[in-house]
Design a protein around this ligand. Structure first.
Ligand code: G4P
Length: 528
C-alpha cells in the first residue's frame, strides 16, 4: 500500500552523480551546484583532489584527505521545489570500483565533457556502467570560455561514440575570448555571459526571442550567425523527448562554463524538471516501489577508517522505500539479524549530521565494525534482496607478496575482508599459491598494502603481474564447466567469495578462450 507522505517526499527528490574524465570540470561544477543549492556562500572552497597528491603512499595522510572527501561524498540541497542528492564519484587517483558502484545508487547522471577535448576514455567507461541500468543522462559541455571544438562535432561524437541521441537545450554563441553566452532553445531566449563572475550567482542578462533586434545591438554579427546556426541545428539534431531521456536513449545537452558559473543553472533546471524521482528497484523476487511504506534499501559503498581511533566503517546505504526514522529496527537480510539503527549519518548541507528521518533517494551512513558487506539489503518486513549492485571486473592487477611468509593466513583474511568492503578484489589461482589483487584504480594497491599493515599487522608488497583482465565464469552445463576447469586451470582462480574467475594475460587470450568454450559464459560483472 502506498503512503502519501512518503509519496510526496519521493516526488521532491532527485538523486544523481557526475560522470566525467579527470579535469573535465567535475569539481568545479559541483562547487557551482552547491552555490545554487546555497550550501556554499562563495565558490572556491570545495577541496578538490588532484592526481599526484597521493604519489607517496601514506595511508594516514590519505585518511586525513578522505575525511574531507567523505563529508562531500553525498550532498543534499534544495533547488527550486526539489531536494537534490548529489553523490560524489571519486575521479582522480582515488578512482575505484566505488566510483562504478555509486552509479548503481543514483536515478540519473550528469555527464560533463570538456568542450575542447570531447568524449574521453574514462567517460566512455562510466557511461558503460550507467548503461547497465539505462540511467537517464544529462550532458554539460564545459569550458565554453576556452577555444572549443565545433559544437556540432561534439554532439556527433557523443552520438557515435556513446551511442546516445543528443538534444541540445542550449546552444553556445562564440567561444573562448569571444564567448557571448547561450541561446536557450526551449525558452527562446539568449542569456548573455559576463566573465569574471564565476564565484557568484550572477544576475541574468536575458534577451527574449532569437529575432529580437536588441540581440544584434548587444552581440553584433554573432546574432546573425546564431540565427543561421540554429536553422542548421534544428534540422540536424534531435528534439528533446522526455520519454527517450528516461529510457536512457537521449540526452539533453547544455553548454556553458563551470568556471564562469554560466549555464550550470540551466542544467539544474533541467535536472529537477525532467530527471526521474527515486525509482523502483529489483529484488530477487520482484520490484519494490519507492512509496512502499516498508523501509528498505541497499549498501553500495563502505568507507573504512573514517576515524582512525575507532576503526569503524560506514556503510553507505541508499534508501529504496519507506522512511528512515532514528532508532528504528530493521532486518539485515544476509545475516537474518534484526538491528537497531540509532545513529545513522545523514548527509545534509554538505556535512555529516545525525538526522531523525530520511526518505527514498536519500543516502544514510550506518556505522559498523565489519559486519556489513557491499550489496547487503536492510528491510522492514519481508526478507528481500536487492539486485544490481555488482562487482566489476578489475582492470589492473598486482601480485601481493609477504615479507614474512608466516603471515599467509592473516594476509588472506585481510585481503578477503578488504575485498568485501570493495577496496580491491582478491584472486587465488587454482594452480599456484600466488595472491593476485585486482582494482580499477591504481591507488587502491597502496591503500591495500597500508591497510594490511595497520589493520592486520601484515607486511606485504605488491609487484607487477602479467594479467590484462578477469571474467567471472559460469555455465549451465556441469560437464562443460568441469572440462573447462580442467583444461584451463592455469588461467583460473577463485575470488574472495570463492567464485570461479578466468584470469587472462591478454585480451587476445580471453577472446580465444571465449571462442573455444562456447558453453561457458564470461561475465564482466558479478552480483553479490
Ligand atoms: P575534475 O574535477 O573533473 O578533475 O576537474 P576540475 O573541476 O578540477 O577542473 C579541472 C581544471 O579545469 C581546473 O583547472 C579548473 O579550474 C578548470 N576548469 C573547470 N571548468 C572550467 C571552465 O569552464 N573553463 C575553464 N577555462 N577552465 C575550467 P586547473 O588549472 O587544473 O586547476 P585550478 O588550479 O584552476 O584549480
Amino acid at each position: 500500500m502506498a503512503n502519501t507522505s512518503i509519496a510526496q517526499e519521493v516526488g521532491k527528490r532527485r538523486t544523481f552523480a557526475i560522470i566525467s574524465h579527470p579535469d573535465a570540470g567535475k569539481t568545479t561544477i559541483t562547487e557551482k551546484v552547491l552555490l545554487f543549492g546555497h550550501l556554499l556562500q562563495k565558490a572556491g572552497t570545495v577541496k578538490g583532489k588532484k592526481s599526484g597528491q597521493f604519489a607517496t603512499s601514506d595511508w594516514m595522510q590519505m585518511e586525513k584527505e578522505r575525511g574531507i572527501s567523505v563529508t562531500t561524498s553525498v550532498m543534499q540541497f534544495p533547488y527550486n521545489d526539489c531536494l537534490v542528492n548529489l553523490l560524489d564519484t571519486p575521479g582522480h587517483a582515488d578512482f575505484s570500483e566505488d566510483t562504478y558502484r555509486t552509479l548503481t545508487a543514483v536515478d540519473s547522471c550528469l555527464m560533463v565533457i570538456d568542450g575542447a577535448k570531447g568524449v574521453e576514455e574514462r567517460t566512455i567507461k562510466l557511461m558503460e556502467v550507467a548503461r547497465l541500468r539505462d540511467t537517464p543522462i544529462l550532458t554539460f559541455m564545459n569550458k565554453m570560455d576556452r577555444d572549443i571544438r565545433d559544437p556540432v562535432d561534439l554532439l556527433d561524437e557523443v552520438e557515435s561514440v556513446l551511442n546516445i541521441a543528443c538534444a541540445p537545450i542550449s546552444w553556445p554563441i562564440g567561444s573562448g575570448k569571444e564567448f557571448k553566452g547561450v541561446y536557450h532553445i526551449l525558452r527562446d531566449e539568449v542569456i548573455l555571459y559576463k566573465s569574471g563572475l564565476g564565484h557568484t550567482i550572477q544576475d541574468v542578462n536575458i534577451i527574449k526571442g532569437i529575432n529580437n533586434p536588441e540581440l544584434d545591438k548587444r552581440i553584433g554579427s554573432f546574432a546573425a550567425q546564431l540565427r543561421e546556426e540554429m536553422e542548421l541545428v534544428k534540422g540536424a539534431s534531435h528534439e528533446f523527448d522526455q520519454e527517450l531521456f528516461l529510457k536512457g536513449e537521449l540526452t539533453p545537452v547544455f553548454f556553458g562554463t563551470a568556471l564562469g558559473n554560466f549555464g550550470v543553472d540551466h542544467m539544474l533546471d533541467g535536472l529537477v524538471e525532467w530527471a526521474p524521482v527515486p525509482q523502483p528497484r529489483a529484488t530477487e523476487n520482484g520490484i519494490v516501489a519507492a512509496d512502499n511504506p516498508n523501509f528498505s534499501g541497499f549498501v553500495f559503498k563502505i568507507q573504512a577508517n573514517m576515524d582512525p581511533k575507532h576503526r569503524d566503517r560506514v556503510a553507505f546505504f541508499r534508501i529504496v522505500s519507506g522512511k528512515y526514522e532514528k532508532g528504528m529496527k530493521v532486518r539485515h537480510v544476509r545475516t537474518g539479524k534484526d538491528i537497531l539503527i540509532s545513529q545513522a549519518l545523514t548527509f545534509v548541507a554538505g556535512d555529516r549530521e545525525h538526522l531523525d528521518e530520511a526518505f527514498p533517494g536519500d543516502i544514510i551512513g550506518i556505522h559498523n565494525h565489519g559486519t556489513i558487506k557491499i550489496g547487503d539489503t536492510f528491510s522492514q518486513g519481508d526478507s528481500i534482496q536487492f539486485t544490481g549492485i555488482p562487482n566489476f571486473a578489475p582492470e589492473l592487477f598486482r601480485r601481493i607478496r609477504l615479507r614474512d611468509p608466516l603471515k599467509q593466513k592473516q594476509l588472506l583474511k585481510g585481503l578477503v575482508q578488504l575485498s568485501e568492503e570493495g577496496a580491491v578484489q582478491v584472486f587465488r589461482p587454482l594452480d599456484t599459491n600466488d595472491l593476485i589483487v585486482g582494482a580499477v584504480g591504481v591507488l587502491q594497491f597502496d591503500v591495500v598494502v597500508s591497510r594490511l599493515k595497520f589493520e592486520y599487522n601484515v607486511d606485504a608488497i605488491y609487484e607487477n603481474i602479467n594479467v590484462a583482465t578477469a571474467r567471472w565464469v559460469y555455465s549451465n552445463d556441469g560437464k562443460a564447466l568441469d572440462e573447462f576447469t580442467n583444461k584451463a586451470s592455469q588461467n583460473l582462480a577463485l575470488d574472495g567469495g570463492d567464485n570461479l574467475t578466468y584470469i587472462a594475460p591478454t585480451m587476445v587470450n580471453l577472446n580465444l578462450a571465449m571462442e573455444r568454450y562456447p558453453k561457458i559464459k564470461f561475465h564482466k560483472t558479478r552480483e553479490h
